[in-house]
Design a protein around this ligand. Structure first.
Ligand SMILES: Nc1ncnc2c1ncn2[C@@H]1O[C@H](COP(=O)(O)OP(=O)(O)OP(=O)(O)O)[C@@H](O)[C@H]1O
Length: 320
């Protein structure tokens, strides 16, 4: 069975009478990308800070384990297993990229030789060799983020927390960062990512949890989350007008586009619903020329789950 890299049971955090995290359960398998998605102020950074031991959870929280270490009793070992980058960058702008890396190597007690080797390797990997001798203050946003991750990797962490790693980056730098994250995971690292970008979660995450009002409003793969909200449909296209008309009769409730010879049926895209549609066509002896399944995108999910309304009902007109 896969071990959990991160396991939290009833994670709680309040500031005075303001509850920021109100019983959050997390289970992140090793070697996967987990994404915590939520609007501004939802508590994402707070969760990262707690899991990386920067702040303490409330005493009422249940047990928290990261990298197999108990947060309450093995904080030192836990810290040795993780790397954190994000909104609170570790980059010192006044010194060069290379000096930043060597400083990190010192902090990890690497020998001078080892430190130089690791630094050269990581600067190369993150495309920073040319800029290595320049002060980090001259780096672009994307370069600073890359340096930040390179510095985190000096300690060879098995679990990396990336708090909004692409906020403010242009599309090219953002894609670059996605490639880096994928590479980390292919090396067996576990990535805990927070983001406000739904596209980023969709691109990268094995599992996504939507945080709203201090609680996980929904959790699953991007596809599972998309099925939670209405807006999904199946579209059937015909080339033969007679088949189109027979299908429209067989599939009552479908909306018609007589010009394009297409029918559209509300559907959650599940196998069961698709089978039901195909069965109805089969019994009428009709074959569609094209069948496409449209699921809502993560934007729909985000608005539905973080708007205060909770998970909406499934569409009433679903095919049975
Ligand atoms: N030290 C603190 N004292 C009081 N309130 C705090 C403190 N730190 C965070 N908060 C509050 O906790 C809530 C969650 O903050 P947090 O930074 O975790 O949100 P976030 O989801 O990361 O938001 P963003 O996307 O804007 O970074 C906010 O309302 C914030 O004002």
């Amino acid at each position: 069975m896969t071990e959990l890299a991160i396991a939290a049971d009833g994670l709680r955090k309040s500031y005075g009478d303001k509850t920021v995290l109100d019983g959050v359960d997390l289970a992140v398998p090793e070697g996967t990308i987990f994404c915590l998605l939520g609007p501004n102020g939802a508590g994402k950074t707070t969760a990262v800070k707690i899991l990386s031991t920067l702040i303490s959870p409330d005493p009422a929280s249940g047990p928290i384990r990261v990298g197999g270490h108990d947060l309450a009793t093995e904080a030192q070992a836990l810290r040795a297993a993780i790397g954190v980058t994000g909104q609170f960058s570790a980059v010192d702008s006044l010194i060069t990229g290379e000096e930043n890396m060597l400083l990190m190597a010192d902090l990890h007690h690497l020998s001078k030789r080892e430190g130089r080797q690791v630094t050269a390797r990581l600067l190369e990997r993150f495309d920073l060799t040319e800029a290595a001798g320049k002060p980090a203050s001259t780096y672009s946003g994307g370069m600073k983020r890359r340096l930040d991750i390179a510095m985190t990797l000096v300690g060879n962490p098995r679990i990396i927390f990336l708090d909004e790693p692409t906020t403010g980056l242009d599309p090219r730098s953002r894609h670059n960062m996605w490639r880096i994250v994928r590479e980390l995971v292919s090396d067996g690292v576990t990535v805990f990512l927070t983001t406000q970008y739904l596209e980023e979660a969709d691109e990268l995450a094995d599992r996504i949890a939507v945080l709203n009002d201090g609680r996980i409003a929904a959790e699953g793969t991007a596809e599972e989350l998309k099925r939670l909200v209405p807006g999904g449909h199946v579209r059937l296209r015909f080339t033969d007008p007679a088949s189109y008309r027979s299908a429209a009769t067989a599939l009552s409730g479908a909306s018609r586009d007589d010009e394009a010879l297409t029918l559209q049926l509300p559907s959650d895209g599940s196998q069961r619903e698709l089978r039901s549609i195909l069965d109805r066509l089969d019994s009428a002896g009709i074959e569609a020329d094209e069948l496409t399944v449209h699921t809502p995108d993560l934007d729909d999910v985000f608005f539905a789950l973080t708007g205060g309304a909770g998970v909406p009902d499934q569409p009433k007109e679903s095919v049975r």
